[in-house]
Design a protein around this ligand. Structure first.
Ligand code: NAD
Ligand code: UDP
Ligand code: UDP
Length: 341
């Protein structure tokens, strides 16, 4: 009969703390640097859908905003740290999505020295962190590592055509060094790395005035201003909707391949074609005007996504004509321009 006696209190407490620690072990602690930005905040939304994830965002709010994460502030599985990644960061995590870096030419050219510090010292710090805690780290590199490409479309094997001393170099050479650091930490210290080469991405929450082409054209159309096509207008880009991008990044992190892997939508458009589509979909009465371009603008860009298809089983689902109206809706709300009846 003695085995029916009630358990002593300490035994119950021990059992409960064991349960809690088992629960904690099965949780995944994920750091997202740059998580208050455009792609980062959509990634956080997706990661938070998984109840096993505890998400920590580190961001200095240079181009990002707390507004993008408002719905998670106060959530028990979410933490937001104001932190500049050019300074060391001490947290205990299992995975690091390393996105922190301004992505729009206007912002990354604004303080180029800071941009290259963010890419080089910031990535070094995140690799040092990954090494200390044994975390897997994913870098969001860019199609800009291909520079003004002489191979079209761009495969991951292409080494690029980049000006090392131009006004874009803080960004594209910065990302190239970041990729080098990733592979050196991988080879020398056995760090688990993942590298995504992201091609132009668009969607809700882009900074309205950050100067990138899709956000410019939609904001201009909604404000009734001419769409500014930079010369010559025949240069091409391939635009990926943000939900497809986030899906690709998570597949890459969870998969076995280090990359680099191109993640982008291969649909290719000239800037004049893009202006015509935005005009047609958003505001047919606006005009299109030609303006001057900036130096070193790549003339063509289109990802070869064979590797992403094979290795990640990933391909984009949202076409430009499907994605633009979703972004338009968000811009209408933020600019206070109601849809015409
Ligand atoms: P974004 O500017 O919206 O987000 C970048 C975030 O990083 C912002 O929240 C910003 O405040 C933060 N940040 C910048 N410097 C920081 C620092 N020193 N310390 C801490 N936080 C810092 O840009 P995005 O479009 O979301 O881009 C995210 C990542 O994807 C970037 O690494 C970018 O290079 C890469 N990428 C984006 C695109 C694109 O088309 N959007 C294309 C290629 C690559
Ligand atoms: N670092 C960090 N967080 C950590 C561990 C390291 O920010 O948890 C930084 C550290 O300050 C250093 C960088 O990462 O500047 C590289 O660290 P590593 O250990 O590789 O090199 P070392 O400290 O020996 O230079
Ligand atoms: N562009 C344009 N009008 C604008 C802004 C950009 O025609 O108002 C062009 C720019 O010259 C480039 C392309 O759009 O050829 C993409 O520029 P963005 O700054 O969006 O991204 P990038 O791919 O250059 O990083």
């Amino acid at each position: 009969q003695s085995h029916l006696r009630p358990l002593p209190l300490f035994a119950v407490q021990n059992f409960c703390s064991l349960l809690i620690s088992v629960f904690k072990i099965s949780n995944m602690r994920v750091l997202v640097t740059g998580g208050a930005g455009f792609i980062g905040s959509h990634l956080v939304d997706k990661l938070m859908e998984n109840e096993k994830n505890e998400v920590i965002v580190a961001d200095n709010y240079f181009t990002g905003s707390k507004d993008n994460l408002r719905k998670w502030i106060g959530h028990p599985r979410f933490e937001l740290i104001r932190h500049d990644i050019t300074e060391p960061l001490l947290v205990e995590v299992d995975q690091i999505y390393h996105l922190a870096c301004p992505a729009s030419p206007i912002f990354y050219k604004h303080n180029p020295v800071k941009t290259i510090k963010t890419n080089v010292i910031g990535t070094l710090n995140m690799l040092g962190l990954a090494k200390r805690v044994g975390a897997r780290i994913l870098l969001t590199s860019t199609s800009e590592v291909y520079g003004d490409p002489l191979q079209h479309p761009q495969t991951e094997e292409y080494w690029g055509n980049v000006n090392p001393i131009g006004v874009r170099s803080c960004y594209d050479e910065g990302k190239r060094v970041a990729e080098t650091l990733m592979f050196d930490y991988h080879r020398q210290h056995g760090i688990e790395i993942r590298i995504a080469r992201i091609f132009n991405t668009y969607g809700p929450r882009m900074n309205i005035d950050d100067g990138r082409v899709v956000s410019n054209f939609i904001a201009q159309a909604l404000r009734g201003e001419p769409l500014t096509v930079q010369a010559p207008g025949t240069q091409t880009r391939s635009f990926c909707y943000v939900s497809d991008m986030v899906d690709g990044l998570i597949r890459l992190m969870e998969g076995e391949n280090t990359g680099p892997i191109n993640i982008g939508n291969p649909g290719e458009f000239t800037m004049m074609e893009l202006a015509e589509i935005v005009k047609e979909l958003v505001e047919p009465s606006v005009t299109i005007k030609n303006v001057e371009n900036t130096p070193d603008d790549p003339r063509q860009r289109k990802p070869d996504i064979t590797k992403a298809k094979q290795v990640l089983g990933w391909a984009p689902k949202v076409t430009l004509r499907e994605g633009l109206p979703l972004m338009e809706e968000d811009f209408r709300k933020r600019l206070g321009v109601p849809k015409k009846a």
